[in-house]
Structures are given as structure tokens and as C-alpha cells.
Design a protein. Sequence first.
Length: 140
Amino acid sequence: MEFKERLRSLRKERKQTQGELGRILNYGYTAISNYESGRNEPSITDLKKIAEYFNVSLDYLLCVNDVRNPYIERDYPEQFNEFKNIYTMLDSSKKAMLEDFMHWLLDSQLKAVSSKPSERLKVAQSQAAYKSKASEKGKE
């Protein structure tokens, strides 16, 4: 992976367009596009700015390693350490399967949280039972 791909990946994680990211970082509207295509490379000052915005290390941003922020002290439970040990023993195809499964778990958790009645978009002041036309036809 190269810087241009890492930048694109980080931007997409935040669901931002190139123009939105450019505005946030006070760049011209084509700067991010040029970085992601490899036409231009940012200065050291700009790299620091991008890394700070995404809360990643420069090593991660420049693809030196895959550790987003090695300077954050983390107090992981023992189960996580066991998980890391098992993960390192898996071959690449099994790691990919596990990562897909973890993303599926996270997505299903986020969907469950967003479907709670207290967090749904409320269209009416009171809760009402809505019937579809299909269910009404079935009762006739």
C-alpha cells in the first residue's frame, strides 16, 4: 500500500468526498484528488496536518507500518491478548475471513442500536401502527 491508497482509505472510512476533506484541511478542491492519484505529494507540514486530522501516526499514513497510533497506551483485557496470539497463528485467508466476520458483527451491532425505538427518526408525535396495503388486502 502507498500513501495515496492510505489517504483514500482513511477518507472513505469517514465517508467524505475529496472536496469535503480538502475544505476541512484548507486545501484547494483538487489537492486531495492529486494526492490520491499520485500526481502530487504533500509537504512534511501537510503530512503532519493530515495525520493529526485522522488521528494516525506518520508511519501509518506513509505505510511504514499498519499501527494507526503506537503512542496511545491501551489497557486491553486478557481476552484481547489471547485473540492477538490466535490471530497471528492464522494463515492469510483465515485472517481475511475473521476480519470479514468482525466487520459483519460490528455492522449488525450498529444496526441493532440504530433500530432501538428511542433512536429512530420520529415522524409523528405518537406511536401508531402502520399497515401496508398488502396486509390490508390479506384481511379482506
